[in-house]
Design a protein around this ligand. Structure first.
Ligand SMILES: Nc1nc2c(c(=O)[nH]1)N[C@H]1C(S)=C(S)[C@@H](COP(=O)(O)OP(=O)(O)OC[C@H]3O[C@@H](n4cnc5c(N)ncnc54)[C@H](O)[C@@H]3O)O[C@H]1N2
Ligand code: MOO
Length: 389
């Protein structure tokens, strides 16, 4: 058995950066920018009014000052002429400032009489002008790699960047294995259960930008598993679920070896997730997850998600967080324990039941409390590491 960190490092070594592709902005949410994008224009491209009112020369702004209104500037329609002394242009938010103007008096602060305005005594003195390029300048870069969020997509659009180069999404083939499994909605026989793991894993994969492909369930025969592995060809990562342990029907290791698996490791000093296996068949990384539902999903978070992040040019690991332990815990054994826990404020308390088959407890948990291997007993109030769920 190897340590969690060693297993993760070996899995990260199995995967490579994805190739790039160019996509339109509407397809870029959640993708990772692979090439720096640069603004093709200044924003705003002119000094712009920040308020509805009157554009004037700032040096003339004084209580009681009168101006002649000589025209109008609206968003999308500038005023062609220039302002002379004593003149104002009616202006609306977002409009370019007329030549000669450097100040917008908000309309609440003037009395209008035909084509004349008079500035009221208690007027606002802010100029209400947004400078040319105040948001960004032509050539300003948006450096890669970075995850494209809603705000960044809006920024790229404003920069007049219509297409971006992003990493291709890694496609992950998911193969559930076991004679006991039927798909949700099917009618199981009395010894069967519903295949649940691939649904949680697919969601985890999609949450980190991957594409999940659910293949047909492989039965506990080499022929059936080989068929599923054939169908997985072309995937960027193959993930099997179950059949990873030591039982007579745990055939994933054997079948994968017969297909040329170069094993990076089998068995990790962790709970849940001990029988985890990983390697490469040809150029394709294969991760063999344990079948117990919580083991599969915890391994998905701790090993598969970082690998998919790395493949898309992102930092594989998020920084670890810490919280205050809510109750005393006995010493941990030789396997790191990822305990389903409830984090409330800065206090974290593990659930009493930690059986790796209990999805109900996982779904109630909002954190995994991390007990390192051989961690000594802990007291309530001690600081402990956790992963948010
Ligand atoms: N003698 C030993 N027995 C076991 C060991 C061991 O070290 N020595 N390890 C245990 C641990 S820890 C785990 S975890 C499990 C994992 O074993 P497998 O990866 O071989 O998984 P299976 O035996 O196929 O299934 C375990 C359990 O999970 C259910 N399962 C499987 N696939 C799914 C799925 N897609 N959706 C929902 N549930 C699934 C399956 O029915 C079993 O109940 O091995 C221990 N045994
Ligand atoms: O490692 Mo198993 O995942 O403890 O149940």
């Amino acid at each position: 058995m190897i340590a969690v960190e060693e297993a993760r490092a070996r899995i990260l070594d199995l995967v490579a950066r994805m190739p790039c592709e160019t996509v339109g902005l509407r397809a870029a949410h959640g993708r990772v920018l692979a090439q720096t994008a640069s603004a093709t224009r200044d924003q705003p491209p002119f000094a712009a009014a920040m308020m509805d009112g009157y554009a004037v020369r700032g040096c003339e702004v004084a209580a009681g000052a009168r101006f002649e209104v000589i025209g109008e500037a609206a968003a999308g329609h500038g005023f062609d002429g220039a302002l002379a002394e004593g003149q104002a242009v009616r202006i609306f938010t977002g409009a370019p400032l007329p030549r000669g103007a450097d100040h917008v008096i908000i309309q609440e602060d003037v009395a209008r009489d035909g084509d004349a305005i008079t500035l009221l005594a208690d007027h606002d003195t802010q100029p209400y002008v947004r400078a040319l390029g105040a948001d960004f300048k032509a050539g300003d870069p948006l450096a890669a790699p970075r995850l494209l969020t809603p705000a960044l997509l809006a920024l790229l659009a404003a920069m007049n960047v219509a297409q971006v180069t992003v990493y291709r999404r890694p496609r992950v083939a998911l193969i559930a294995t076991g004679d006991e499994l039927v798909m949700p909605g099917e009618v199981p026989n009395p010894a069967q259960i519903i295949a649940s793991n691939a649904f949680g894993l697919a969601a985890q994969i999609e949450a980190v930008g991957g594409i999940a492909q659910l293949l047909p369930i492989a039965r506990d025969t080499p022929a059936s598993l080989n068929t599923a592995l054939d169908l997985a060809q072309g995937a960027d990562v193959i993930v099997t679920i179950g059949g990873a342990s030591v039982g007579d029907h745990d055939i994933v290791g054997r079948v994968a070896s017969a297909r040329g698996l170069e094993r990076a490791f089998w068995k990790v000093a962790m709970r849940p997730g001990k029988p985890l296996m990983a390697g490469k068949i040809g150029e394709t990384p294969l991760i063999g997850l344990p079948g117990n539902p919580v083991s599969a999903l915890v391994c998905g978070l701790i090993f598969l998600a970082p690998a998919l992040r790395k493949m898309q040019g992102l930092e594989a690991l998020a920084p670890q967080q810490s919280a205050i332990l809510g109750e005393d815990l006995p010493a941990n054994g030789p396997r790191a324990h990822y305990m389903r826990a409830r984090l409330k404020g800065d206090r974290i308390t593990p659930f009493a039941r930690q059986d790796s088959a209990l999805l109900s407890i996982l779904s109630e948990a909002n954190a995994l409390l991390i007990r390192p291997a051989d961690d000594p007993a802990k007291r309530a109030g001690d600081s402990v590491a956790f992963l948010p769920l």
